[in-house]
Each structure stands twice: as structure tokens, then as C-alpha cells.
Write a protein that binds this ligand. Structure first.
Ligand code: NAP
Length: 287
């Protein structure tokens, strides 16, 4: 199976590299061309456009920043859809809303192609180590075809149903993550302001029921309040909170804490910290 890969950001570049390591022929395209060159050194072929990546592949994978970025590589005369044909497949692994996914599914179907959404949980390191959790939904036939390729990028792979289900699952997952990180930032800020040792608080948390890998990784970075190695850009987490709130409104589910946490992330964005890791939201808490 020849694979096209569009979107070589933090996640996409590591995922495409793992497909190459898994002996797939991978054709790549990225808006900023220098990221393609890094993949070409690992054996990838570089396409001139998203359309060309789709034309030269059986299945094209997209890993884009947000719904607008998906549309920009999907639509138009140079877009992925223009390069699809009967028998091909489009797999969108970006975190987007269910509506964007359903649009992609309809457009692929109009070309006789299949569509799968497959957003991921796990960040830079799990992407590099091929230990992502992948939530897939859409055409089951395409899922069965691409499962061996998904297994080169992830460790836990789930089929969760019709198009839109995986997008919604991913948003529910990320609002939990944003809530946990915000609680950690606030607990650490309170510890610091009230004269406690933040490292000791992290030790207490790690010894009890709320112990988790994210606290172990991000806690020391938040305590240092300095540089945050970028694994998950803050602007993407705010996008996920916005999409989760839109979903909640559409189904009539109040999200009291998430609405407040979204405001916190918006304040961090307004500070110009969107390209920092989402742990940088701790700076806004302490401000
Ligand atoms: P990233 O490093 O910011 O990369 C985003 C990609 O989208 C890049 O290839 C970028 O191209 C492209 N892009 C952005 N706007 C575009 C536009 N208007 N037209 C064309 N291309 C555009 O993001 P990432 O961290 O890899 O995340 C990718 C997706 O995975 C997001 O939906 C994110 O929410 C999700 N995700 C991320 C993580 C994580 O920890 N990082 C974890 C799980 C899921 P350029 O290189 O030219 O800028």
C-alpha cells in the first residue's frame, strides 16, 4: 500500500517517519517545504501538492492543525479530494469537529473513495515511539485496510463507529486533560503562594489516587515556570476546548468547568503563548 501523508507538524512528521520505518512507501506534502526535506532524507517522496500526494497513493493521511487547515489541504484544484478516485481512501487524523469530518466523508464519497477519521491521543513522545492511542470511525472497510499502517503509529487502536464518533471521543478526552492540567497549575500556584514546597506537593500527588504520567511530566516544568518543551501547542488545546464547547451546546450538555478553563486558555493565547506547550497556561494562573 502506498501512503500519502499531508501535514508534517510535531505529530505528522513523527508518524510519517514511523510509516517509513515500517517499510511503507510514503509520499509527503507540507505547507512549509523544509519539513518535507527532513522526511525525504528518511526515504519519503515529496509531492508538489496535496492533490499529487493523493494521486500517487492508495491511501492519503492528513494530520492538520485545525478544521481550517484541513479544508485548505482538502479542497480546491490542488486539494486531496481532487486527487482521490474510486478505490482510494482518505484518513484524517487531525483533531477536528464531527461536522468537518462528515464534510470530508461526503467529499471523498463523491469521488468514489472511502473515508476514515482517526484522531490520536498521546503527544510528541508517543508519536515518536509509535505508542499513540488511535480512535477511528467511518468506513469499516477502510479501517480494516489501513489497520496494519495504524499499528505502525499507535499501540491502542479502536474503531468507535460512524463518522463523527471518533472526533467527539477525542474532544471528550481532551477536555478531561485540560481540566487535569488546570487543576495541577492551580494546586501548584496555591502551594507556592502559601509558602509550601511545590516539589513536595508533586510528591504527595504522585503517591495518591491522582498520580498520572502527565503530572509527572508537566509538574516539574510548571514549577520551573520557565521553558516548556513544546509537545502539544497551547493554541491546539484551546481549539479543542472551543470545539468541545460547541459540541456540548449542540447536544445540550452544560460544561461548567470547561467553559471557565476555555477562558483561561484564551487569556494565555492573548498573552502570545499559543505556540508554547499547553503547560504554559500555568503562567496565566500565576499572573
Ligand atoms: P503542528 O505541529 O502545529 O502542525 C500543524 C500542521 O498543520 C503543520 O503541518 C502545518 O503546516 C499545518 N497547517 C496549519 N495551518 C495550515 C494551513 N492553513 N494550511 C496548510 N497547512 C496548515 O500540530 P501538531 O501538534 O502536529 O498537531 C496536529 C493535529 O494533531 C492537531 O489537530 C492537534 O490538535 C492534534 N494532536 C496534537 C497532539 C500533540 O501533542 N501535539 C496530540 C494529539 C493530537 P506548517 O508546517 O507549514 O505550519
Amino acid at each position: 500500500m502506498n501512503i500519502g501523508f499531508v501535514g508534517l507538524g510535531i505529530m505528522g512528521s513523527a508518524m510519517a517517519a514511523n510509516l517509513l520505518k515500517g517499510s511503507y512507501r510514503v509520499t509527503v506534502w507540507n505547507r512549509s517545504a523544509e519539513k518535507c526535506r527532513e522526511l525525504a532524507q528518511q526515504g519519503a517522496v515529496i509531492a508538489d501538492s496535496p492533490r499529487a500526494a493523493a494521486e500517487s497513493s492508495d491511501v492519503v493521511i492528513a494530520m492538520m492543525a485545525n478544521p481550517d487547515a484541513v479544508r485548505s489541504v482538502r479542497d480546491g484544484s490542488d486539494g486531496i479530494i481532487a486527487g482521490l478516485a474510486s478505490g482510494k481512501g482518505l484518513v484524517d487524523m487531525s483533531t477536528v469537529d464531527a461536522e468537518t469530518s462528515r464534510e470530508s466523508a461526503d467529499l471523498a464519497q463523491q469521488k468514489g473513495a472511502l473515508f476514515l477519521e482517526a484522531p490520536v491521543a498521546g503527544s510528541r513522545k508517543p508519536a515518536e515511539e509509535a505508542t499513540l492511542t488511535i480512535m477511528a470511525a467511518g468506513d469499516r472497510e477502510l479501517y480494516d485496510t489501513v489497520l496494519p499502517a495504524l499499528e505502525k503509529m499507535g499501540r491502542k487502536i479502536m474503531f468507535v463507529g460512524e463518522t463523527g464518533s471518533a472526533a467527539r471521543m477525542k474532544l471528550a478526552n481532551n477536555l478531561v486533560m485540560a481540566g487535569m492540567l488546570t487543576a495541577l497549575c492551580e494546586g501548584m500556584a496555591l502551594a507556592s503562594k502559601s509558602g509550601l514546597d511545590e516539589a513536595q506537593l508533586l510528591d504527595v500527588l504522585d503517591s495518591g489516587a491522582v498520580s498520572n504520567p502527565m503530572f509527572r511530566l508537566k509538574g516539574p516544568q510548571i514549577a520551573a515556570n520557565g521553558e516548556f518543551p513544546v509537545a502539544f501547542p497551547l493554541k491546539h488545546m484551546q481549539k479543542d476546548l472551543r470545539l468541545a464547547l460547541q459540541l456540548a451546546e449542540s447536544v445540550g450538555q452544560p460544561l461548567f468547568a470547561t467553559a471557565a478553563i476555555n477562558e483561561l486558555f484564551k487569556a494565555a493565547l492573548a498573552e502570545g503563548w499559543g505556540d508554547l506547550d499547553f503547560a504554559a497556561v500555568g503562567r496565566t494562573v500565576r499572573k
